[in-house]
Design a protein around this ligand. Sequence first.
Ligand code: NOJ
Length: 567
Amino acid sequence: MLHPRLTDQNWWRSAVVYQIYPRSFADSNNDGTGDVRGMTDHLDYLEKLGVDAVWVSPWYPSPLHDGGYDVADYKDINPDFGTLADADEFIAQAHARGLRVLIDLVPNHCSSDHPLWQAALAAGPGSPEREMFIFRDGAGENGELPPNNWGAHFGGPAWHRVTEADGTPGQWYCHLFAPEQPDWNWENPRVADMFDDILRFWFDRGVDGFRIDVADAMFKHQEFPDARVDPATGLGTVSKYEGSPIWDMPAMEGLQRRWRTVADEYADSDLGPRVFVSEAYLPGNRRIKYLAEGRLHTSFNFELLESEWSAASMRVVIDQSLAEHATVGAPTTWVLNNHDNIRTVSRFGKDPSGLDFTRGRDRFDPHLGERLARATTDVELGRRRSRAAAMLMLALPGGAYVYQGEELGLEEVEDLPEESLQDPIWLRSNHTIRGRDGCRVPMPWSGTQPPFGFGQDAEPWLPMPAHWSELSVEAQGEDPGSVLELYRTLLDERRRNVALGEGPMEWDESPEQVLSFTRGDLFRCVVNYGPEPVPVADEVIVASADLLVEEDQVLLPQDAAVWLQLD
Ligand code: NOJ
């Protein structure tokens, strides 16, 4: 019998989706690495938390040169994470609890361990096998120079020269990320056919949808012109300026429509049509065209994640996001955290407090990460602000994403020992830029010693801070003032309150450092960013911090938020 919540085919318009990073969620077989059974074991936790869906970051066979975003087989499970049978069980158990399941599609590139890549290397220039990837002869007299100036995301050029079977230096191939991630050639219809087949393989297993990795990258300008030079590297920039030969090419539209047709083939199935969320770090006005009729359903809206902690900045973000999405009739999503960005608790505890607020800038700019990493962090301040930010996010129209550990108020682990770092950014920057491992440290579940119930006693793949004993699920479950209890309360209210999720919102008049808005006639959210306390006149549903009481007046203090029930 289908869980009653799964009968709603519009679930994605207002869903709260919980991101699982499988390697770091729960280690059921005590080998130091999270796995699919660990995920299944903790579905009760997610059900109780009150989310509507999960998104599972890549769980495919992979040498993990980029944490699994280097896929060696799109139709199987990494043996270190489990088996296809485990995945089937996970999907079935999630559905039994009314939770939808999204998984990750990585269509721009695969792993250099992928059999088709190995076949391409073996087959030699001009072969149909090489046509699956982007091979070009080098420039220079003997082909000794890369075909153009494009730079790769994790550092260095986006081209790598292969050695041909006879041992001579050969052609170059394109990789927008690490050299171990060769880009597929989307001009070749065989690639599109292969991905249709991958989509159906997982849809047939009951997956509700896909998150599309670098959804603006697949097609490249076929004359392969140089990109604008990035003065910092001397290479073609990875930034997504209008007219870039790499990003957001017009051919994306046809591919999106094709994928939508495949998802819509499932319209008559029990679970209904399947859905997509695209990951494209583009400015809103360019990103929302992906959501036009017949294209994709939703797109990550990273504007809150990029915003500094201020009323002015967040108000601009909210107004622009809602206005842009209204033009295509698609719901917006909201994101504060994911596995690629410094966690809110640390981000909002720094000065400056956001990612660079320059819209359209490239997200993987490693130097930005370094600048942030160097700023000192006031974790308590950051946690206080993160609680308020969660209240803002979950009160806004549309859907939201919660990244594992966000609901525990975990901070970025900024002092991981260098020998433990695994992010390709660390390797490819010659160990000068630490990268993203600090937000990927395993989840603390219980107990007083690492690995805090992540596994039993095996050393986790990244070390866990000793003080996370206080932040474990077990520790927080007993504390009504904990971040976890706050998230549970917010998600419970969100599910019960019809004014929340998709729908209209109205701004109230408020002081400059305050955001105040209503949803329907009965619900108000107020966030106070400034030092001046704000009077609270209505009935409090939930507050992110202790309210002040002065001369019979209830006041909302700085860096705090409140949800109110109106008469
Ligand atoms: C975006 C993913 O979120 C990130 O983790 C990965 O490194 C790149 N895409 C490349 O696949």
